[in-house]
Ligand binder design. Structure first.
Ligand code: A3P
Length: 312
């Protein structure tokens, strides 16, 4: 349940400081355990705000994920798909994805609500596209009707990707500590199994995607996404190669080669933008984990997802 009224900033601070806390290993990022999930401390008020004040519209589309599971890619694909009638993919140099990072094209609910800037959402015309890393339980499900697209990824690859990403700001970060923190459930937005299972169990109303499937057949997944958000591709669009144009525009090679994604830092963070675009392959864990470590992690995953119908 949402805690008793805590409207003022002071009350919020009291609420946050009473929650269990820990630091992400090798960083100064403090996490707080709120309703069973380890959220970055500054996002706890965002979780409360989302639960209480977020007023979704019926045609809203929310991309949800754990960090390092393909959020940037899915944001780009969903934006290009939903904006295709205003911005033809492959139709010249005016496409926003050529000038802005994918994250700048899609508002981040967690940061908007944490910064008291959620009113910015009200002026966005429908259908709105937004993204979050929050678990489903932090979204106002009872005020439902909006569409959620979730992306998950093989957990060992997620952990490897996370280590590389964090290392771009913390070069000394230990690989073993990062993996341990992910698989003990205490990592950012974790436990990852509860995050994934929350969306998985709602998958009758959530479009549940997997990063590996997106890599295998991006075009088919873009079609699925377009149907789900109520904007299926017409025959004319198919014939004109619009799906291929979107896939090409959002490919790792294409995004990575753009000046906007090569230089500078992520908004409000000390991670270089280029750290978002690394290798983009399935199974990179074999290049990082000893077989014993991988086996131990697979056991944890097998145990946590047992009986759910979902496996990695
Ligand atoms: P790797 O570190 O394994 O390469 P997120 O966007 O959720 O932070 O996820 C980052 C992961 O997605 C990174 O994985 C990154 O390389 C990969 N990625 C980013 N853009 C991509 C794209 N356009 N196509 C495929 N993978 C992409």
């Amino acid at each position: 349940p949402v805690p008793a009224e805590a409207s003022s900033e002071e009350e919020h601070n009291v609420l946050v400081s009473a929650l269990p806390s820990k630091l992400v290993p090798g960083t100064q990022l403090k996490l707080r355990c709120y309703q069973g999930f380890w959220l970055p401390e500054r996002f706890v008020p965002a979780a409360v705000g989302l639960q209480r004040r977020f007023a979704p519209r019926r045609d809203d589309v929310i991309i949800a994920s754990l960090p390092k599971c393909g959020t940037t890619w899915l944001n780009a694909l969903a934006f290009a798909t939903m904006a295709r009638r205003s911005y033809y993919p492959g139709g010249g140099s005016d496409h926003p994805l050529l000038r802005l990072t994918p994250h700048q094209c899609v508002p981040f609910l967690d940061a908007l609500f944490a910064g008291g800037r959620e009113a910015q959402l009200e002026v966005i015309p429908s259908p709105r596209l937004m993204y979050t890393h929050m678990p489903l339980s932090m979204l106002p499900v009872h005020r439902g009707g909006y569409r959620v697209v979730y992306i998950c990824r093989e957990p060992k690859d997620m952990a490897v990707s996370l280590w590389h990403f964090r290392r771009s700001a913390h070069p000394e970060l230990s690989f073993a500590d990062t993996v341990e923190s992910v698989f003990s459930g205490g990592n950012t937005y974790g436990p990852f199994w509860d995050h994934i299972l929350g969306y998985w169990r709602a998958s009758q109303s959530v479009l549940f995607l997997r990063y590996e499937e997106l890599l295998r057949d991006p075009a088919e997944n873009v079609r699925k996404l377009a149907r789900f958000v109520g904007l299926p591709f017409s025959e004319a669009e198919e014939e004109a190669g619009v799906v291929g144009g979107i896939v090409e525009l959002c490919s790792l090679e294409s995004l990575r080669s753009l000046e906007v994604n090569k230089r500078g830092y992520m908004d409000g963070l000390n991670f270089p933008r280029k750290a978002l675009f690394r290798k983009g392959v399935p199974g990179d864990w074999v290049n990082h984990m000893a077989p014993e470590m991988a086996c131990r992690m697979d056991e944890i995953v097998g145990d946590k997802f047992s009986g759910s119908g979902l496996s990695f």
